[in-house]
Design a binder for this molecule. Structure first.
Ligand code: SAH
Length: 493
């Protein structure tokens, strides 16, 4: 029985290990939700975070962390469910790190994402007074590319010698082999992996592939990676299924190079999954469970193609490409519109990946200079420019921190417009400093992390006077807390 009930409970009730009853009020960061304790004069807005709970729920939860400004509690039971709750589609929901919000109705997910993107900017002190802050752009309610399920064109499933069993797997009473799993990680556990038989993020074909590869690998006695002992051969099964072509890539990440095994695996794919157009074997012998390493093309071109806005893009196994093709097209259209291009513009597309935005905007401007760290992505960008007949894009390979200096600007011209699309960590302060020094007239910042986007823009605004003209959150990842946000800025007169 809970010791204390309702949000009138005193702070002293929030001792570690105690059970409490809470009414959840709002969504919070990383897919959690929060309850506020009744405000007292000295403790306004003390909050308790509960993962898995939904605003509107009345829950029983156990306090697991107690800090000065907030506490965290583990959900034990939903006493009264919120109206926002829906039945999750996937049987692995709750155990799996892939989707955290399948139990929240889609309009509420979307509203929360819009709010998160905009409030991050406001909290960082940016003046949105003159900005066109638009409602979040959501996914198509139907399944399929751009929809709320099966929207991903790329997945990475982990192999593990430490399988995590769901409650219902344990309850089934079946004899289960816990020494082999192929699926997604349990949240917060680098070593534990669910043996997924179903997943609604990529495609039914991809699900069949995962199940087929698992069966074949087990039958052949191939060992999965053991994340603690650093033993085993199989590490990651990467699958790319572009939305607008029939190309399909399998990228098998292994701990070593084994020609004989790879030939056998290629034969298996050719026989059972003839739709695969290219097989890559990436060798990662390091401790971190990533798909970085030396890539060997086993068969096919080593790339797949996908289409955005009438352009066809070539994508290598280690090149970045937006994982939701249909949503990416909407994202790029917004970026293009917010840039207010003129035919004389010199545009820099920084963190350009496989040159997707560069090519997409090239016809509106004088020229585009793309900068990207991954060599193969730059090779893809150059090849795609040629294949699409685009002649006014130049691509430079290297680290932005090293490259984004006066020499680059001297070689390629002063930018009128910057398009920024950095990874989750955002911009290095030196890069922001260089932007402030260059003072391009227009900036479009596309971000997959509104927190770092807001910090970067606040830092930029301190150094140079920019006005935020428009903000558009876009949902590219339904059922996760991730949100993409496009911000358009103009140098103040
Ligand atoms: N605009 C592209 C890619 C965005 S993802 C698209 O829409 O597809 C961010 C890209 O930044 C990745 O391709 C990543 O390889 C690249 N990147 C990460 N760190 C970098 C750095 N320090 N310098 C240059 N590029 C970097």
């Amino acid at each position: 029985m809970p010791n204390v009930s309702s949000n009138d409970l005193p702070l002293s009730a929030l001792k570690r290990g105690r059970e409490v009853e809470l009414v959840m009020e709002d969504f919070a960061d990383r897919g959690k939700s929060l309850a506020r304790l009744a405000a007292t004069e000295d403790r306004r807005g003390y909050v308790v975070f509960v993962a898995g709970a939904v605003p509107g729920d009345r829950v029983r939860a156990r306090v697991i962390k107690r800090k000065k400004g907030f506490a965290e509690a583990r959900l034990l039971e939903v006493l009264e469910p919120s109206d926002l709750r829906v039945q999750p589609r996937c049987e692995y929901f709750e155990s799996c790190g892939g989707c955290k919000w399948q139990h929240v109705e889609y309009p509420a997910q979307l509203a929360m994402k819009g709010e998160a993107a905009v409030s991050a900017l406001a909290r960082a002190g940016l003046d949105l007074g003159a900005a066109d802050v638009r409602p979040p752009l959501g996914a198509d309610p139907h399944d399929g590319s751009g929809g709320v399920y099966f929207y991903r064109n790329k997945m990475e499933f982990s192999f593990s010698a430490q399988r995590w069993l769901t409650d219902w797997e344990i309850a089934s009473g079946e004899e289960l082999d816990t020494s082999f799993a192929l699926g997604l990680h349990v949240p917060g556990r680098f070593d534990k992996v669910l043996d997924l038989r179903a997943c609604y993020l990529q495609s039914e074909w991809s699900e069949r592939l995962v199940n087929g590869v698992r069966q074949w690998a087990k039958a052949n006695g191939w060992r999965p990676w053991h994340a603690r002992e650093h033993t085993g051969f199989l590490r990651i099964l990467g699958v790319r299924t572009p939305a607008h072509t029939e190309d399909k890539m399998v990228n098998l990440v292994t701990s070593g190079w084994d020609e004989g095994r790879m030939a056998a695996f290629a034969d298996f794919l050719r026989a059972d999954f003839p739709e695969v157009t290219t097989l890559v074997n990436t060798v990662n012998d390091g401790p971190a469970q990533t798909s970085y390493g030396e890539a060997h093309v086993v068969f096919g071109p080593g790339t797949v193609r996908d289409k955005i806005g009438g352009y066809t893009y070539e994508i290598a196994s280690n090149a970045f490409f937006q994982t939701n093709t249909v949503a990416a097209e909407r994202l790029y259209a917004i970026a293009r519109e917010m840039a207010h291009f003129k035919p004389t513009d010199v545009v820099y597309d920084l963190y350009c990946g496989a040159g997707t935005i560069s090519l997409y905007v090239a016809d509106a401007v004088q020229k585009v200079v793309g900068v990207e760290l991954v060599e193969e992505a730059v090779e893809n960008a150059r090849a795609s420019a040629v294949a699409n007949g685009v002649t006014n894009c130049e691509f430079v390979a290297g680290d932005m921190l090293e490259l984004f200096k006066p020499e680059l600007i001297e070689a390629h011209g002063r930018p009128d417009v910057l398009i920024l699309d950095p990874p989750r960590a955002g911009l290095h302060p030196k890069v922001t400093g260089q932007i402030a020094h260059l003072r391009p007239e227009r900036i479009v910042y596309v971000s997959c992390n509104p927190q770092t986007q807001a910090m970067d823009l606040a830092r930029l605004s301190e150094a140079a006077a920019y006005t935020v003209e428009a903000v558009q959150p876009v949902d590219m990842f339904p059922h996760t807390h991730h949100v993409e946000s496009v911000v358009g800025l103009r140098l103040a007169e």
